[in-house]
Structures are given as C-alpha cells and as structure tokens.
Design a protein around this ligand. Structure first.
Ligand SMILES: Cc1cc2nc3c(=O)[nH]c(=O)nc-3n(C[C@H](O)[C@H](O)[C@H](O)COP(=O)(O)OP(=O)(O)OC[C@H]3O[C@@H](n4cnc5c(N)ncnc54)[C@H](O)[C@@H]3O)c2cc1C
Length: 325
C-alpha cells in the first residue's frame, strides 16, 4: 500500500527499505547487540573533520554536518539500556565522556536531542523466495565499525538484479538462483565476522568485555585450510594430481543469469573461484586431470585459452593446494 492509500499489485517484490524492511523478518543476530545513540552538537571548539574515538565499553564517531552541527554517534552494548533505566541522554553523555571524541566536554558545548537506533549485525534467513528478494540492509546488516555497510548494499543490489532476472526468466533455475543469493549472504557474514574480529581485537581496550565479546565471531567461523607450499619448488617434470576435495559445483553469476559452475575452494579465500584469469574452472579441471606433470599442465593450459597466463594460473593452483605434487 502506498503512502496515499493506493494499493498496487506486482508479481515480484524487491524489499530495499533498509534496516526496518517491508517484509516479515527471520533475523539471525551476528554477535552481541549494539545500539547507536546520536545527537547534534553546537558550540566553540568542535572538530571540523570526522573523528573516531574509543572508550573501554563504547566507541564513537563524529562529523560536522552542514546546518545541523557536529553529529556525535556513540556505539554501546544494548544491555547498557536496562541498567540505566533507559535514560538515553545519560548513557550517551557518560559514554562520550569515556572517549576523547569531543574536546572541552560539558563546558562550552550544547547537545541537542538524543536519538537511538539499532546498530547490531544480522543476517535474514529468508532473504529470497519465489516472488520476493531483500537487498541491502533489508537482508543483512554489519557492525558499523567494519565500515562494510554501503559497499555490501551496492554489491547485494547488483547480484540481486541477476537473481531476480533468473527467477523470472528461467523458472527452472529458481532453486540455483536462490541458493546463490543465500550463499552470498553467508559468505558476507563470514567476511564480516573475520573483519570485526580483527578490528575489535586491535583496540587498546581489546581485553575489556565490550571489545572482547565482539571479537568472538571470527574465531568460530569455519575456514578452508590453506596449504602453504613447503619444500622444493616443483619443476616441469614434477608429477601432479588434482585435490578433488577442492573442486565443488556452485551457483555462479554468469552474465545476466545465475548458473551452476565448477569452482575451486582456494585456501583461505572465502569465495569459491569459478574463473581464473577469465578462464572457467570447468575448462581448467580437465586439463589438470589429463596432465601427469607440471609441464603437461602448462602445455594443456597454453593449448586452451590461457596463453601467456598459463604460468600464473599453474602457480596459483599449486600454491593453493588445488594441484598437489
Ligand atoms: C549508526 C550507523 C552508522 C553506520 N556507519 C556506516 C559507515 O561508516 N560505513 C558504511 O559503509 N556503513 C555504515 N552504516 C551502514 C549503512 O548506513 C547501511 O548499510 C546502508 O545505508 C544501508 O543501505 P540501504 O539502501 O539498504 O538502506 P537505507 O540506506 O536505510 O535506505 C532505505 C531507503 O528506503 C526508504 N524506504 C523505507 N521504507 C520505504 C517504503 N515503505 N517505501 C519506499 N521507500 C522506503 C528509506 O526512506 C530509505 O531512503 C552505518 C549504520 C548505522 C546505523
């Protein structure tokens, strides 16, 4: 229903309405709940450029905004609310006082109305269906300290357009398109967990509960083990074999459609790799299977489409353990 009361029908709904979303939600929270409290400040001596500051149980971000003053946003644990009987202003002022975001705090500065919003990270477990898709923050939200939000939203909108195209134009490929989108969100969650673990862990307050609890996600996330090369380097006559446990079939963006493709799981990288130097993995895998030595593989790659990239592709496959010797 539109704001003026009109009701419109559609075969497919894209929910891009941000954190609140339009559709029912099935959110899986990622890590502890975080709340953001913000207000606009005025007065002498406020920073004239963006600033970030950390305290033991909070962090804060601030920037001057034309005509509104200096926006100072405090991020703290959602559990801070009941402890202080929901007095947002007091939590906000106490939290900021634990950081050096604002100079001369409480003297010449004036603080406007304090507003709260949720800033927790989550993943919606029903982000795509036969007649709907959620994009951007309607589907997934990240911890703001990771600064991944806008980048993720743009990427998710780009892949959602291909997913919707596939669902509507190739009904037989609906399942593979939905699987692609769901796996993409899971991989973003993985990237996010690793990023937040690293960022929170670098803080001087990393041992304090607020910071420590936000480091926990990355460690719990399963990773594909890397196979760093050790011992002598392979030469042309070195016998090789394909590590079949690294070869998987995954749904993949191929032009305007999602299609199943062979891919390799490449060491510590989160994403299965379906193309190497523009060559599909499903052309590279037979070359590996038919080759007995490194030299055979190089020749097979050159005979295929790899040309001058054959050396690099071969080195990449060996370094990541897809090709063993
Ligand atoms: C406090 C805070 C700090 C953040 N800091 C960063 C940061 O530093 N870097 C970063 O990359 N990300 C940051 N993020 C995350 C980032 O803001 C979001 O990831 C991003 O804005 C989400 O984009 P979106 O398009 O999905 O949603 P939104 O930006 O929320 O856009 C949704 C739009 O849909 C409109 N809308 C809602 N309902 C309807 C409806 N029924 N009909 C029509 N339109 C509707 C809304 O008005 C809005 O314009 C932060 C988030 C928070 C909460």
């Amino acid at each position: 229903m539109l704001a003026d009361g009109q009701v419109r029908g559609a075969n497919f709904l894209v929910d891009a309405a941000g954190r609140r979303g339009l559709l029912p939600k099935l959110r899986r929270w990622q890590g502890p709940r975080t709340i953001a409290l913000y207000a606009y400040w005025s007065g002498a001596g406020l920073p004239d450029r963006p600033r970030v500051a950390a305290g033991e149980g909070v962090w804060a971000w601030g920037a001057p905004v034309a005509d509104l003053g200096f926006n100072a946003t405090l991020f703290t644990d959602r559990h801070a609310l009941p402890r202080s009987r929901g007095d947002l202003r007091q939590i906000y002022l106490d939290g900021l006082a634990d950081t050096d975001l604002l100079p001369s705090f409480g003297t010449v500065l004036s603080c406007g109305q304090v507003t709260a919003c949720d800033a927790s990270a989550w993943l919606d477990e029903e982000a795509v269906g036969p007649d709907y898709i959620k994009v951007g923050e309607a589907a997934q939200s990240f911890d703001p300290l990771a600064s991944l939000g806008v980048q993720h939203c743009i990427q998710s909108a780009r892949s959602a357009s291909v997913v919707v195209n596939t669902i509507l134009r190739r009904p037989g490929s609906q399942a593979v398109a939905r699987k692609y989108y769901e796996e993409r969100l899971e991989r973003s969650a993985w990237t996010h967990a690793v990023a937040t673990t690293e960022i929170y862990g670098r803080s001087v307050h990393a041992e304090k509960p607020f910071w420590r609890s936000r480091c926990a996600g990355g460690a719990a996330v399963a990773r594909v083990e890397a196979h760093p090369m050790s011992g002598p380097k392979p030469v042309a006559s070195t016998p090789i074999h394909l590590d079949r446990s690294r070869v998987v079939e995954v749904p993949c963006l191929c032009g305007d459609f999602v299609e199943p493709r062979l891919a390799v799981l490449a060491g510590t990288e989160a994403e299965p790799v379906a193309f190497l130097g523009g060559i599909p993995i499903d052309m590279i895998v037979p070359a590996i299977v038919d080759s007995e030595t490194v030299g055979d593989l190089l020749e097979a790659l050159v005979r295929g489409q790899a040309g001058t990239q054959a050396d690099r592709i071969c080195g990449w496959l060996i370094e990541r353990g897809v090709v063993g010797f």
